[in-house]
Design a protein around this ligand. Structure first.
Ligand code: CA
Ligand code: CA
Length: 425
């Protein structure tokens, strides 16, 4: 055990904790991480009281700040950042120490001494040795002339990284949370940017930029995603940031503008846009996306090559369903029969089309439910898994969505899982 006592040198307690963890070979538990936070707080107060004057402007003490940054313990280098969060306080710092599980520290001079507060963790997360201090900046986001603290904690995982971006106002006693975004870098980078708010003089809006993931559609980590963007603006009336804009740019890759979009990418995105609406039961809104899919495939004379879904076959199937679901019985029947024969080299489309027609019957009340139920009973999607690979439906982790209408029977959370890999993303 490390006793909390006055350190004999810079960051003695935290260094002892690090030595213990390194030589002990253990994975720090919650109690040990709380001990680290206490050690760092005590060490930081002692260091600051000894090395940096709490009542002298920090701009005049830059060499001491540089020295402090170099003295910080940790597996990685840390940061000592002068900030101005409190108009009544002359000297304020945010200190980031390069140790997983370590809180960001806010230090401020008061009555000739230094006080240290912890910048809160994401409130629904346990302290975790994989949760590291991340980017920190102080900016006036609300336009009232006082800076807020933008503080990020980063959870480093195996196949992805979460950035928990939090915006705080310092009340003089505690940090009040004004905004939080959880950014996943997984299928491409997700990040935030602060931009001038065109609607409020002096305020900054928070832009979130990320690969748009179609959770309901055909999706996959290693494929190209369109650029998603959200804009959040300060709403003084409710005292928090509110979503002002959200968009998906189908002309831009989330991997960067230098990344050339393929016809395959565009078809997949168009189908996904349709799927998002279809599976919510918004048939009118879904329809144009399948039409656009079919038009693009025809214009580009697109044919599937290798292990890709047959986007135009799928769009034709959905379009025939939409005709039937919106009461265009004769036209829908003809279109569905065309799907069954057009894609007859693939058994699944023939089976799905025939089952849908059988269940639909002559239409009328309950026809949609009967049609989807008939498909579920008739088609074993297990046989159409991606890696075992046959059939024109790929990406089986979401392929079960073809069996559900969005208005019939089951909520999304109760859809049966037909794939077992890549779950949980
Ligand atoms: Ca200040
Ligand atoms: Ca402000």
């Amino acid at each position: 055990m490390v006793e909390i006592a006055a350190p004999a040198g810079p960051f003695t307690l935290a260094q002892a904790w690090l030595d213990e963890m390194t030589t002990g070979g253990g994975y720090p538990d919650v109690a040990q991480l709380q001990r680290l936070a206490e050690a760092l707080r005590a060490d930081t107060v002692a260091y600051l009281d000894a090395a940096i004057a709490p009542d002298t402007p920090l701009a005049e003490q830059q060499p001491a700040l540089t020295r402090m940054a170099a003295d910080l313990p940790g597996w990685e280098s840390g940061e000592v950042l002068p900030v101005d969060l409190d108009p009544d306080i002359e000297t304020e710092l945010v200190i980031s120490v390069g140790i997983g599980g370590d809180p960001l520290l806010y230090a401020y001079g008061a009555d000739g001494h230094w006080q240290v507060a912890l910048v809160p963790w994401p409130d629904d997360m346990e302290v975790d040795p994989n949760l590291w201090p991340g980017a920190v900046e102080a900016q006036d986001l609300t336009g009232d002339g006082s800076a807020e603290l933008v503080a990020t904690y980063r959870l480093r995982g195996g196949s992805g990284v979460w950035d928990y971006v939090q915006v705080f106002r310092w009340t003089g006693e505690a940090f009040a949370l004004l905004f939080r975004a959880d950014l996943l870098t997984w299928a491409g980078e997700s990040r935030y940017a602060l931009e001038a708010d065109p609607t409020q003089s002096g305020a900054l809006q928070i832009a979130l930029i990320y690969p748009h993931l179609y959770g309901l559609g055909f999706d996959h980590k290693m494929i190209n995603h369109p650029l998603g963007r959200q804009v959040w603006r300060w709403d003084a009336g409710v005292g928090r940031f509110a979503l002002a804009e959200m968009s998906v740019d189908l002309e831009r890759s989330a991997w960067g503008d230098e990344f050339e979009l393929t016809v395959e990418d565009r078809l997949r995105w168009l189908v996904n846009e349709g799927e998002t609406r279809f599976r919510q039961g918004d048939y009118e809104a879904a329809w144009p996306w399948y039409d656009r899919t079919l038009a693009l495939a025809e214009t580009e004379a697109w044919e599937p090559v290798g292990e890709v879904p047959h986007w135009s076959a799928f769009a034709a199937f959905r379009r025939a369903q939409l005709l039937l679901l919106t009461g265009h019985v004769d036209e829908g029947r003809t279109a569905m029969q065309a799907v069954a024969t057009m894609w007859e080299r693939d058994a699944i489309f023939t089976a799905l089309a025939q089952a849908f027609l059988d269940g639909y019957g002559e239409g009328g009340e309950g026809a949609a439910e009967r049609a989807f139920e008939a498909m579920r009973a008739a088609v074993d999607l297990e046989k159409h898994f991606y890696y075992e690979g046959f059939g024109l439906l790929r990406y089986p982790m979401t392929a079960q969505g073809i069996l559900f209408s969005g208005v019939a029977s089951l909520p999304v959370s109760e859809w049966p899982r037909v794939g077992t890999f890549n779950e949980g993303w």
